[in-house]
Design a binder for this molecule. Structure first.
Ligand SMILES: [Fe+2]
Length: 500
């Protein structure tokens, strides 16, 4: 049975799955929804729909028992547009909203706050969106003047380094966030030392305390910069890295001595972008390239290794092993249509390509050879490890897993020693995002700790924060903190030990 667009909208509104909203969060009348470019946009519906209220909720109901030694704060970032988007909305465009859970003495509280970026404040004052996003035709005047056409939404991830808590985007500078109130202090550029965009996925070396980072600018040469920041927050080394074209480079990896970059065939296309056909396009005929640079060297010392085309949002880890440098990541066999840029996320060829699984590459600088193999056949994204294993060979990795194509309904624990994975499936109807590994204070074993994250219950339209025992992974959650509100699907979180 073919449904018309209006019938689809009516059905979605009737079932409460469509929440196309106006400036104050009210659901728009049907006629307005029909003319809205985002009327059927999946990233404004269901649990992708933004929430508008900033709340603080104490003494939350807990199912199970919070571990007594778990004291700290978990904060997760994610897109949450405060106003109806200007043109077609892509999930990556929304204003950053932080969702925090404070845990102390077996009690839990929750608060959520927008990251009040300059763009957020300008749009708040105007009462309407002023910036277009990744799927929409940009403001050509701004583009030709060399000005940024995107809003730094500070919406992807978080970093805790040298006593600074930063909300990260990947096309601009970080924003400093106050703790524990999640207030926005303002843009932060490492005392003027940061001269380029800052990735959402920097790595802190667990032994040296150095912060390793990069930034890409797909429309402007040099397309890639790389920096090493001292444990005291001083930018100690910055170098450009030559790329022949602009690409989306969401993540990278480090080992004890090397930094790994991914030049994958998701390329910026100015001609298409300026026509409103999306900023990035996947070119399946172009090979992937992996660049390896000694940590403190200049960009001209990078060595590239070719591999079959693929896309990677997130790496699990990298390390040195014998003559080889090993990289494990969640590899897509093609860029996933679910978050493509030409149609603002509307799936165009459901079921074709875009499968994501744990994968291993081995690069040998002596021979120039690359070996690669899939590690597990489970659909897996949002990989995390024990923070002390960053850049070193560890045994365990964690990721979110999906029974369907796009939404996650459980977690995976992967054993790199045995090559086996075990799964934790959530109760039916509960969807999850990223699970973050939190080491137990004083733990000796790598997996002695918890996997924590937000879940969303489709039946109640509310959310929870759950804590799984990483050593008893298949068992039901140790504790579930029931939230009085919905936490929309989001991106990355971090655990702040002792911060409450
Ligand atoms: Fe990410």
């Amino acid at each position: 049975m073919e449904l018309t667009r209006r019938e689809l909208i009516e059905a979605a509104v009737a079932t409460g799955t469509l929440l196309v909203t106006g400036a104050k969060g009210e659901v728009l009348p049907l006629d307005l929804q029909e003319t809205n470019p985002n009327a059927a946009n999946p990233f404004l519906q269901g649990n992708f729909a933004p929430v508008y209220e900033e709340i603080t909720a104490d003494s939350l109901k807990i199912v199970g028992k919070l571990p007594p030694e778990l004291n700290g704060m978990f904060v997760r970032n994610g897109p949450n547009p405060q106003l109806p988007p200007l043109g077609r909305y892509h999930w990556f465009d929304g204003d950053g909203m932080l969702h925090g859970i404070k845990i102390r003495d077996g009690k839990a509280s929750y608060l959520n706050r927008y990251v009040r970026t300059e763009g957020w404040q300008k749009e708040r004052a105007a009462g309407k969106a002023l910036y277009t996003g990744l799927a929409e035709k940009p403001d050509m005047k701004k583009l030709f003047a060399g000005q940024d056409t995107f809003k730094n939404a500070a919406n992807i991830a978080l970093l805790w380094h040298n006593g600074k808590f930063l909300a990260l985007w990947e096309g601009g500078t970080p924003h400093e966030i106050g703790l524990p109130d999640l207030s926005t202090k303002g843009a932060y550029n490492f005392d003027g030392g940061l001269k380029h965009a800052f990735t959402a996925h920097p790595r802190t070396d667990p032994k040296t305390g150095e912060l390793i980072c990069f930034g890409y600018s797909p429309g402007r040469k040099p397309y890639l910069h790389y920096s090493v920041i001292s444990p005291q927050g001083k930018v100690a080394h910055t170098t450009p890295i030559d790329l022949p074209h602009g690409v989306m480079m969401h993540d990278f990896a480090i080992t004890e001595n090397y930094t790994l970059f991914m030049d994958l065939p998701l390329r910026f296309d100015m001609a298409k972008f300026s026509k409103g056909e999306g900023a990035f396009h996947y070119k399946p005929e172009i090979p992937s390239r992996f660049g390896i640079l000694p940590r403190h060297e200049t960009g001209d010392k990078i060595r590239w290794f070719e591999a079959p085309p693929c896309f990677v949002f997130h790496t699990l880890n990298a390390w040195e092993e014998g003559d080889e440098i090993v990289l494990v990541a969640c590899r897509y066999d093609a860029y996933p249509d679910d978050v493509n840029f030409s149609t603002s996320g509307h799936p165009t060829n459901e079921g074709k390509g875009g499968q994501v699984r744990l994968h291993e590459w081995r690069f040998n600088p002596k021979t120039g050879a690359t070996r690669e193999k899939p590690l597990d056949d489970t659909v897996a994204e949002f990989p995390r490890i024990h923070p002390a294993q960053i850049g070193r060979k560890g045994r365990y990795g964690y990721a979110s897993i999906a029974s369907g194509r796009t939404l996650f309904d459980g977690y995976l624990k992967y054993d790199l020693l045995t090559g086996k994975s075990i799964h934790h499936r959530m109760p039916k109807g509960v969807m999850v995002g990223e699970g973050v590994f939190v080491p137990r204070p004083g733990a000796k074993a790598e997996d002695d700790g918890w996997l924590v994250g937000y879940g969303y219950d489709k039946a109640t339209h509310k959310s929870e924060f759950h804590i799984l025992d990483a050593q008893n992974f298949e068992a039901k959650a140790v504790a579930r903190v029931l939230l009085p509100v919905r936490v929309p699907y989001g991106l990355h979180g971090t655990w702040l030990p002792g911060i409450v």
